[in-house]
Design a protein around this ligand. Structure first.
Ligand code: FAD
Length: 487
């Protein structure tokens, strides 16, 4: 059979390996680290377990699909639950909003806590669903870069409704027009951060993102986010994918614009097909430097990165849920700090994720594992140690104020992740979480396609079409492998 090589074992790399095996290829995955998963990994600090990267899980059927494709029952490998509460939102003036997944409960919550009519919100959620349904076939599930996509009925429908898609307004403008309370506007502006962008710059069509949580549902794996990865690894190994850990790919060898194989520290491996799951900018810079790189992709602004503190907290907080947001007072200023001044805001919005609320083994009884994250710019050589020390103080003060406690004295385990560590550990350009930002109306079209001008070289992962985040990474693997005929 023919040999396929996947460079990188991020979630899109593993999904690609599974799909290529199903297509009849003999697949080998080469991974620079000693472990699989890239950003989707897990760490242990004393008796606390933390999901190191992603914590929000939507569209779980995209994971299930990998198992059914291989004739397996996904529930034999991996289970998840739907969350009744999407998020607890805390504002500096003491307001706390509970985003219930049940829409009527959420609408009631907004009426009673904000004292406003909930009809605009109801309509907003309908519009979000409309945007999602109108764009998903053409923007998310197909290659945007192939002529055939533009001949489909879906894209004709998309184009015919283009005026309603808010492509030319910013997400904030759409939210500001459609919602009737500043707190709601801030709540829905936040969804721009789901792909590492600013609501003041990202196109309004991204107001489709809330539909994923409020319409389709937010889920959480019974054994934590990392289990998405380990379940897929088990499947990949069962169907015969071979893994080479601690083996960084140094370059891709080509002859006359056709791939021949890869070179690692251990030698040359021939291949008939390569899927690079390595960040696309790094792929061009490091793996095929002799080939011309596509300017539009290389010049795209990176998405935001993150600064995360993993804290073992020796008490439990009933006022917190799995997902919690402590909002900044001035959201506009916060995004200006990130995307214009390339620094960290003086009053950053703090996200606290507590997986031990649903995965009881993640923290000792009566204690909690806090994943405390703020959005920060991609790495441009900022003094991250200084910024981290400063942020730690600021956010502890903020949490003490809002949760009325002394957090510092409760921290019994601690570690952190910053843009430098993210780029060192996953080879992501500048430590960006989601490849390129969507801070540009044309970003979706400038994102690199899942194929390349080099015969036999494809791309899958968060830095290429359709974008970052687990669901889109899984779709990128699907789109890339759909371009490859079965043997
Ligand atoms: P990556 O995870 O980027 O992995 C790439 C792999 O390739 C790495 O293992 C790397 O070592 C390997 N590699 C690179 N170069 C080479 C080479 N030359 N040779 C061999 N191996 C190589 N997404 C969500 O859906 N929900 C969230 O809540 C969410 N929150 C996030 C929070 C954080 C802190 C982070 C970091 C990310 C978050 N994301 C979230 C984004 C999500 O984690 C990523 O989009 C996704 O995991 C990226 O997967 P990937 O397949 O692109 O590969």
């Amino acid at each position: 059979s023919k040999e396929a090589i996947v460079i990188g074992s991020g979630i899109a790399g593993i999904a690609s390996a599974i799909r290529l095996t199903k297509k009849g290829y003999a697949v080998s995955v080469f991974e620079a680290n000693s472990y699989a998963g890239g950003k989707l990994t897990s760490i242990q600090l004393g008796n606390y377990r933390f999901d190191a990267g992603p914590s929000l899980f939507t569209l779980p059927h995209l994971v299930d699909e990998l198992f059914t494709l291989c004739g397996k029952n996904p529930r034999d490998y991996f289970a998840y639950q739907q969350l009744d509460i999407l998020c607890h939102y805390f504002y500096e003036d003491g307001t706390i909003l509970h985003a219930f997944s049940d829409q009527s409960k959420f609408l009631n919550e907004i009426e009673s806590k904000l004292n406003v009519d909930s009809m605009p919100l109801k309509k907003y959620l309908e519009h979000s669903a409309y945007l999602f349904e109108r764009t998903r076939h053409s923007f998310l599930e197909k290659s945007l870069h192939q002529f055939s996509t533009y001949l489909s009925l879906d894209i004709l429908k998309t184009v015919s409704s283009i005026r309603k898609l808010n492509l030319f307004d910013s997400m904030h403008e759409v939210n500001n027009k459609r919602l009737n309370h500043p707190k709601l506007i801030q709540l829905f502006d936040r969804f721009a951060t789901y792909n590492g962008s600013s609501p003041y710059k990202a196109p309004g069509v991204l107001s489709s993102i809330p539909h994923l949580e409020f319409g389709v549902g937010s889920y959480f794996p019974i054994e934590g986010m990392h289990h998405i990865l380990t379940a897929c690894m088990t499947l990949a190994e069962e169907i015969g994918v071979r893994f080479h850990f601690n083996e960084r790919v140094k370059n891709i060898q080509t002859v006359n614009r056709k791939i021949k194989g890869i070179e690692t520290g251990k030698g040359f491996y021939p291949a008939d097909l390569i899927i690079s799951n390595c960040d696309v900018k790094q792929s061009y810079n490091q793996l095929i430097p002799e080939h011309k790189s596509p300017k539009k992709t290389m010049n795209q602004e990176p998405s935001s990165s993150a600064l995360i503190f993993y804290w073992g907290i020796n008490r439990s907080f009933p006022e917190l849920d799995v997902h919690n947001i402590l909002f900044s007072n001035d959201y506009k200023k916060e995004f200006e700090a990130i995307f214009e001044e390339n620094t960290v805001s003086e009053d950053p919005t703090v996200y606290i994720h507590v997986s031990s609320k649903v995965v009881t083994g993640d923290a000792p009884e009566g204690k909690e594992n806090w994943f405390v994250m703020i959005n920060v710019p991609a790495n441009q050589g900022q003094d991250w140690e200084k910024l981290r020390t400063c942020v730690r103080k600021t956010i502890i003060k903020k949490m003490n104020r809002i949760l009325k406690t002394d957090i510092e004295s409760l921290i019994e385990e601690e570690d952190y992740l910053d843009p430098v560590r993210i780029s060192d550990r996953t080879n992501s350009f500048a430590g960006a979480l989601y490849g390129a930002s969507s801070n540009n109306r044309m970003a979706a079209f400038f994102r690199h396609p899942n194929f390349s001008k080099i015969n036999g070289l494809y791309f899958a992962g968060g830095s290429v079409h359709p974008g970052g985040g687990i669901p889109l990474c899984l779709l990128s693997a699907k789109i890339a492998t759909d371009l490859i005929p079965s043997l």
